[in-house]
Design a protein around this ligand. Structure first.
Ligand code: PEP
Ligand code: MG
Length: 555
């Protein structure tokens, strides 16, 4: 069987499916069994022993502190007191999953009530309980696996940045999610990691755990139990494409020498090595909120200074664009709480949150001011009006920051880009949110992902408006949304007047190659042809007519 979604991070990934379940459902209250009590007890004991064994094995593999934690968890799974309780509940007629559920829940409540270190172990008990119940029902295990023998295809309804914080490139062969769109954070994280990804894939969560999956992060095809020869062919084609693309080296430029610095989107200093390796010429978007997703207290200025300084040091002489905290909606920061809102994407997020918490703003701008140079560019997210742009510029300049900008990611900002530009030095277009707000389509929702196709003509028009306003003002206009990662669209964006392009490191080589193979005039013609169309598909096709070398490069 094959599934199809939207390919958002190119490459071929294959491996066994690991299905991430949001939660394991509670076994129905009063659920009973039909066979013998002894058999039911054996079923329960076997599941407990297996989960304990798995936890212990994972501990051995992980080593260090994780080993101690996992081994302690394994011991809990076979705690004699719990075992007695489970057995007696089965004797009273309860089915094994319900007996496990009740016995563990009772223990966890006792633990939680004792507070301190023991109280914190309540969550461990919940985890063991969910694992045993999932095993008894034949459901997928909750949570992310620790190190596995082979990289797995991570299948989920959707992934939040916090879910994937601990993953490393070597663990995951591909991401496949039922929800999400080209600009969702699953897509952004996958690109940052250089892992192939398919989002908005109906039926993804029905994939059985362990089934072999091959995901094509370019076409969006997800094949279940593919023939080995098909995997070999797909991997071969991807490798050939990589080799063709790797021939273009050096700074970003068109075939006739028009320079377009190619920059990296990063979320932490850990992303810098990959950015440099991929030939980034600087950082075009530092998503600083990604640094602090797990914090309950505002980070100190000194810690922030070090994290920002690392980016400047990684690119001596290159530009580094740091975005101030973009908290809210799908990136909540506990230390910048928002009130319950019916539509968080339309609520107090981005710059709006920043204005509500002046002390947090002070700390971040202060940390940046300490390392201010002409190469450190600071910009605000979610700017809607000229007044907000002026206010942000004043705050930054008062602190001594030299280069200040705003993001264009709300249609009002694109429409009045000239006014927003007046008090600042540059703008950067965030096409992810710009399409979310232009098309009234939640970027996290698979059902509306077609509206997030970055080739949508209205989005191209809004980008053109912003780029033209910046050109008229003689100020740079970068693009840092995911649209810049598509080699054909990158040429179109340059044709529209973008002066820099910023993307996840993995996309840089293909964009560099696509740009180097076409002249500025070809890019301009491609942009004009795209904007003449009325659908995203037609815009893509019309642009590609003017970008003939892309096919030769396999892009
Ligand atoms: C954007 O909206 O295009 C953008 C670059 O910001 P983020 O994806 O972090 O919202
Ligand atoms: Mg945004």
């Amino acid at each position: 069987m094959n599934l199809r979604g939207v390919g958002v991070s190119p490459g071929i990934g294959h491996g066994p499916a690991y299905v991430l379940t949001a939660s394991v459902p509670e076994p129905p209250e009063g659920a009973t069994y039909t066979g013998e009590a002894e058999q039911e007890k054996e079923r329960a004991m076997a599941a407990l022993t297996r989960v304990a064994g798995e936890l212990e094995a994972r501990g051995n593999q992980a080593g260090g502190e994780a080993e101690e934690i996992l081994k302690a968890q394994a011991l809990m799974a076979e705690d004699p007191g719990l075992v007695v309780k489970v057995r007696s509940l089965i004797d009273r007629g309860l089915a094994a999953p319900r007996a496990i559920y009740e016995a563990f829940t009772k223990y966890r409540d006792v633990l939680a009530g004792s507070g301190g270190y023991l109280g914190e172990r309540a969550a461990d008990l919940d985890d063991i309980r969910d694992r045993v119940v999932a095993l008894l029902y034949g459901h997928a295990m909750p949570g992310l696996p620790a190190a596995t023998a082979e990289p797995y295809v991570l299948v989920a309804r959707d992934l939040a940045p916090a879910d994937t914080a601990l993953l490393s490139r070597g663990d995951v062969a591909a991401f496949v999610t039922e929800e999400g769109g080209p600009t969702s954070h699953t897509a952004i994280i996958a690109r940052a990691m250089g892992v192939p990804a398919v989002v908005a894939c109906p039926g993804a969560t029905t994939i059985r755990p362990g089934v072999r999956v091959m995901a094509d992060g370019a076409s969006g095809e997800v094949r279940l139990e593919p023939a080995e020869s098909d995997v070999a062919d797909a991997v071969g084609a991807a490798t050939a494409r990589q080799a063709a693309v790797a021939e273009a080296q050096g700074p970003g430029r068109t075939a006739d020498g028009h320079l377009v610095p190619l920059l990296a989107n990063i979320g932490s200093p850990a992303d810098l090595a990959a950015a440099r390796e991929a030939g980034a010429e600087g950082v075009g978007l530092y998503r600083t909120e990604f640094l602090f997703l797990d914090r309950t207290e505002a980070p100190a200025a000194e810690e922030q200074r070090r994290a920002y300084q690392a980016a400047l040091e990684a690119f001596p002489g290159g530009k580094v664009v740091v975005r101030t905290l973009d908290s809210g909606a799908d990136k909540p920061l506990a230390f910048l709480p928002s009130s319950a809102e019916p539509n968080p994407a339309l609520g107090e997020r981005g710059l709006r949150t920043f204005r509500k918490f002046p002390e947090v703003m002070e700390a971040q701008l202060g940390a940046l001011a300490e390392i201010a140079t002409d190469d450190l560019m600071v910009m605000a997210p979610m700017v809607a009006t000229a007044e907000e742009s002026r206010w942000f510029a004043q705050q930054c300049r008062a602190k001594g920051l030299r280069v200040v900008g705003v993001m264009i990611e709300i249609p009002s900002a694109a429409l009045r880009a000239r006014d927003l530009l007046a008090p600042v030095d540059f703008v950067s277009v965030g096409t992810n949110d710009l399409s979310q707000y232009a098309y009234a389509a939640d970027r996290q929702l698979g059902a509306v992902s077609a509206l997030h196709d970055p080739w949508q003509p209205a989005l191209l028009d809004l980008v053109a408006m912003a780029a033209r306003a910046a050109g008229d003002a003689g100020k740079p206009c970068g693009i840092c949304g995911e649209s810049a990662a598509d080699p054909a669209l990158a040429c179109v964006l340059v044709g529209l007047g973008a002066t820099t392009l910023s993307m996840g490191a993995a996309a840089l080589p293909a964009v560099r190659a696509g740009l180097a193979a076409h002249t500025l005039q070809q890019c301009t013609f491609a942009a004009e042809a795209a904007r003449e169309q009325t659908t995203a598909g037609a815009a893509r096709a019309a642009a590609r007519v003017h970008l003939p070398e892309l096919a030769r490069l396999g892009l």
